[in-house]
Design a protein around this ligand. Structure first.
Ligand SMILES: *Cc1c(COP(=O)(O)O)cnc(C)c1O
Length: 350
């Protein structure tokens, strides 16, 4: 059981069984008598971990062999550039829904023409743009499924023939989606999957090999694919813990995880809406089920509310500086009881 209610945005809460398995592997990995920190990534024990970690992603999303899975380093932020290196020929379309999308398109601009086809910047990113035109000749469309900082989330994805790329760092495996709508999905592990240091990339293989530029080896998806995600030393321990989280997801089923996530989000948003001390920052229909952002109407109460949270063992709810107020991140591993504890503090505070 977690003793602290951990609402941190990332690195963030993980399933206890994933942490326990990680601790065990630090001491004695797969009965080798060695720590996972001490063994070769070419050992048969670690190769088996990498293979299972790749295969489990395909299993969870029912992906055919048209798709491949990589675990890379450099975080989601390196993918901002890697995506463009591998896919941007003449022109790419981006939807700007917050800090991370802006950073993604900034990197892509280094390599070609980037068009921001829709943006919610006009209202400090408090909504998800809809009904925008997607130029048919785009090499790809890039979206950020969940905006970790501003607390908005796509509840329906664009419908298009253009190849879609998605940064799913903060809502991956939080709900039942049709992953085949996307040709490339990436996610830094540290929000909903595991420790910082591993980045999951899922690619439909046929989209690769269409650009003429020379790609540095470490940024070339084909190089990593040809080496089964072991072109260089992979982040072995993070991948091990990601695998444990994926197994935990698989045991419960994504549908049941989604149901629980919905229940948690509904409980918190109901309190935000009903408690006159607070207000949400995002348009209701676009609210994130992962990161709920909210404000106190009277900002002078901030320190008192933070203290009340602290006394109730609630951690990590201070908002990001670009939004202010509070942010409660409710990733997969967070129990409903933790949300109840937060709601309880909000009610008592009132
Ligand atoms: C945290 C986050 C990132 C940045 O991830 P790094 O692994 O730190 O580079 C990118 N996109 C989204 C949506 C995020 O939440």
């Amino acid at each position: 059981m977690h003793k602290v209610h951990n609402f941190s945005a990332g690195p963030a809460i993980l399933p206890q069984q994933a942490i326990d398995a990680g601790v065990e592997a630090l001491k004695n990995f797969a009965d080798t008598g060695l720590s996972i920190l001490e063994v070769s990534h070419r050992s048969k024990e670690f190769v088996a971990v990498m293979e299972e970690a790749r295969a489990t992603v395909k299993k969870l999303w029912n992906l055919s062999d048209d798709y491949e899975v990589l675990y890379l380093q450099g975080g989601a932020s390196t993918q901002f550039l890697t995506v463009a290196y591998n896919l941007l020929n003449t022109r790419a379309s981006y939807v700007d829904t917050g800090t991370w999308s802006s950073k993604a398109l900034k990197e892509a601009k280094r390599l070609g023409q980037v068009e921001v086809i829709a943006s919610s910047k006009d209202r400090n990113y408090c909504y998800i743009p809809k009904g925008f035109e997607i130029p048919e000749d785009s090499d790809y469309l890039h979206i950020t499924s969940n905006n970790t900082i501003f607390g908005s989330q796509y509840h329906a994805f664009p419908d298009t023939n253009v190849s879609m790329v998605c940064d799913m760092s903060s809502d991956i495996f939080s709900r039942d989606i049709d992953a085949t709508k996307f040709d490339l999905i990436y996610a830094g592990a540290q929000k909903n999957l595991g420790p910082a240091g591993a980045t999951l990339v899922v690619i439909k293989k046929e989209i690769l090999g269409k650009v003429s530029r020379e790609i540095p080896s470490m940024l070339d998806y084909n190089v990593h694919l040809s080496k089964d995600s072991m072109f260089n030393t992979p982040p072995a321990f993070p991948v091990y813990v990601v695998l444990q989280t994926l197994k935990w997801i698989d045991q419960q089923g994504i549908e049941s995880i989604e149901k629980r996530n919905l229940e948690k989000a509904e409980l918190l948003y109901k309190e935000i809406d009903n408690n006159e001390l607070f207000k949400g920052t995002v348009d209701k229909e676009d609210r994130s089920f992962m990161n709920a952002t909210f404000l106190l109407n009277d900002e002078s109460l901030t320190d008192d509310f933070m203290n009340a949270c602290k006394e109730a063992n609630i951690s990590g709810i201070k908002g990001h500086r670009s939004v202010g107020g509070f942010r409660a991140s409710m990733y997969n591993a967070l129990d409903l009881d933790s949300v109840k504890a937060l709601v309880n503090v909000m009610q008592t505070f009132k």
